[in-house]
Design a protein around this ligand. Structure first.
Ligand code: PMP
Length: 337
């Protein structure tokens, strides 16, 4: 793992992380006078900084070690943590492949990392040659990609040959036919796979993101993250969500089927130029005069995302309930362009 260790910032390698008395006393029983908490109340104790219960379930489910899992306050926190661990401000570079999720770039700007932009090809695939020709610390890949909706090809080849960290964002993996690469984190020690409870698990409000990676990477991310980054309530909500696999599978099935229905219906509209293939819970839709349509939908209190600035004349539509999708289609019949 020497090569991975070499990618970590020197100050992070030598960091002494925050520790509490409970790191030494690992028993739930006792009189706890160590953390300046209030002895009265329901939520008066600090939450588990290691989120053991949640990690245990995920470890069984994904067939990876507990030491290969980090829980973030949403996957957004993980995007930032990874930059802070590997990216030397004012010195290192990251690669993004637009159009893609905006936070990779926002965090790079916050963390003062230079951005190398290697746009997706016309069919929204990676420009492998251009990526591998670059020397950057972190490469952000998103598959299925937001906002285009398609799964990216050639991931293995890129991960194998890229010299830095590959951050593979699998926020939408549960809606996709493409197998997750979580099972490959031992094979590729430079790979970080991120997933989230905000999409298929329906827990966006609880802010639960997960990083799966080689233990060398996870242990250093764990050192840098705020100790109590996941509240007790949110840890419990995540554990509860994982207990109901049937409900999860049912929701995913409904959303995938609604996605296809919505796609077919949108294709019938004469101002729709293209509905891009999607393996996520949204559709990127090409329209004549997309911005005007977006605004007219807002007037009807239907809020979509205008993506025209990144893919010409498109709006991105999240798949809603059957009734919401019907209302959207009805509203689209009323627009004038
Ligand atoms: N990655 C992608 C590709 C996303 O689209 C989003 C949310 N829109 C996120 C990450 C952020 O997810 P979270 O709610 O886990 O922070």
């Amino acid at each position: 793992m020497e090569t991975i260790t070499n990618l970590i910032r020197k100050n992070i390698l030598s960091l002494t992380p925050y520790s509490s008395a409970r790191d030494e006393y690992k028993n739930n029983e006792g009189i706890f006078l160590d953390a300046n908490e209030n002895p009265y109340g329901n939520l008066n104790r600090y939450p588990d900084p290691y989120q053991w219960r949640l990690k245990q379930i995920l470890s069984n489910q994904k067939k990876v070690g507990i030491e290969n899992i980090l829980i973030g306050n949403g996957s957004d926190e993980i995007i930032d943590l990874v930059q802070r661990v590997f990216g030397e401000p004012g010195q290192d570079q990251i690669i993004i492949c637009p159009p893609t999720y905006g936070m990779y770039e926002v965090y790079a700007n916050i963390n003062n990392l230079a951005i190398i932009s290697i746009p997706l090809t016309e069919d929204f695939q990676l420009n492998t040659e251009a990526i591998l020709a670059q020397n950057a610390k972190i490469l952000y890949l998103c598959s299925p990609n937001n906002p285009t909706g398609n799964a990216l090809e050639n991931l293995d080849c890129i991960i194998e040959n890229f010299k830095g960290i590959v951050f593979l964002d699998e926020a939408y993996t549960d809606f996709s036919e493409q197998p997750s690469l979580v099972s490959k984190i031992q094979q590729y020690p430079n790979l970080i796979v991120s997933q989230t409870f905000s999409k298929a698990r329906g827990l966006a409000a609880a802010r639960i993101g997960i990083a799966y990676a080689h233990e060398t990477i996870i242990s250093v991310l764990q050192k840098v993250k705020p100790p109590y980054n996941i509240s007790q309530l949110n840890q419990e909500a995540a554990v509860k969500a994982l207990a109901d696999e049937t409900q999860f599978q049912n929701t995913v099935t409904i959303l995938k089927s609604e996605r296809e229905k919505l796609k077919n219906a949108l294709q019938q509209l004469d101002f729709v130029t293209r509905v891009y293939p999607s393996e996520a819970n949204f559709l990127l839709v090409g329209m004549e005069n997309a911005t005007a349509i977006y605004e007219q939908l807002i007037e009807q209190q239907i809020i979509t995302r205008n993506r025209s600035s990144v893919v010409k004349d498109t709006i991105r539509i999240t798949v809603g309930t059957p009734q919401e999708n019907q209302q959207l289609l009805y509203a689209l019949q009323l627009v004038t362009i």
